[in-house]
Design a protein around this ligand. Structure first.
Ligand SMILES: O=C(O)CCC(=O)C(=O)O
Length: 288
């Protein structure tokens, strides 16, 4: 069970991120790694295709980081971590929300030698959310090292303005370029970049405006992670985006009748202060 001490909560507010862990145990790590092999071969246990499958064995560029988004919809082992109540409670506590729901997860696998992931702010991609807020739990499935392509966060950058998304996410030439541009706009000459160096099973939480990304994997081992991106249980589609502008993937879940609700079938509630959790989660997780 994940518990956050007041020191950790204070550090998150000060720095825009905080280390945490252990979050998953050895058995879960082994099970997840085995599922990653299957998922990137295009095999999905539930028969449902995750919302984004950005890499496939045999057909994709081996120098890129393998990525699947909303893996929980395709695989129950992934779902058993992503839909954890304590992860939702931790994200809600850090954000000060009444509860938390999952917006999306990221199944990530950066092999030795693979290229960077561009630095960005998560909420830059979410102008259609009300409130436009996110807290993410990033879990390492391998021991990480500063030169091994681990995630890097920029201390204090959660206080910077939200930038317009720019550049490539997968394999950019200069993965810190747009972060430096944002830093300059804030008058920050030397942004403090902190690599998340943790043992497998541990990880970090980051704020939705914190700049983060990762460099090339210059080590000899793969760097696999599972990321749970939470939003407030109260999040709605922003009124000005109803009917337009949410985008080709998550826009498909928006109702067309003016109801701004985010449906729990796609964005399940993990935890609320008043004891609510989406009803179908336990049956779904037991369906193996
Ligand atoms: O693991 C990484 O390199 C980046 C992950 C990321 O973008 C995220 O957790 O939002």
């Amino acid at each position: 069970m994940l518990e956050l001490t007041q020191d950790r909560i204070d550090a998150f507010h000060e720095d825009g991120y905080v280390l945490a862990g252990p979050i998953v145990d050895e058995a879960a790590i082994d099970a997840l790694r085995a599922r990653y092999e299957r998922m990137f071969r295009g095999e999905f246990e539930t028969g449902v295709l995750p919302d984004e499958v950005n890499w496939r064995e045999g057909g994709s560029d081996p120098s890129l980081t393998r990525q699947i988004c909303c893996g929980w919809k395709g695989d129950l082992t992934v779902a058993r971590t992503v839909l954890r109540e304590d992860i939702g409670r931790a994200c809600a506590t850090l954000a000060g929300w009444p509860g938390a729901r999952v917006f999306v997860d990221n199944v990530l696998w950066k092999p030795a030698g693979a290229r960077p992931l561009g630095m960005h702010q998560d909420t830059a991609y979410l102008p259609w959310m009300d409130p436009r807020e996110m807290v993410s739990c990033w879990i390492a499935l391998d021991d990480t090292a500063a030169d091994g392509g681990t995630m890097e966060v920029v201390k204090g950058s959660h206080r910077w303005a939200v930038s317009r998304p720019e550049g490539e996410f997968h394999g950019p030439e200069d993965y810190r370029r747009y972060m430096r541009k944002a830093a300059a706009a804030e008058g920050v000459d030397e942004p403090e970049v902190a690599p998340i160096v943790v043992k497998k099973g541990s990880g970090s939480f980051h704020h939705g405006r914190t700049w983060h990304g990762s460099g090339p994997n210059l080590g000899g081992n793969p760097r696999r992670s599972l990321v749970v991106h939470c939003i407030s249980s109260e999040t709605r589609y922003a009124p000005e985006h109803i009917g337009v502008g949410v985008g080709p993937i998550y826009g498909r879940y928006m109702r067309r009748d003016g109801d701004r609700a985010m449906d729990e079938a796609y964005f399940p509630i993990l935890w609320t202060r008043d004891g609510r959790r989406t009803g179908w989660i336990e049956d779904y997780l037991a369906a193996a």
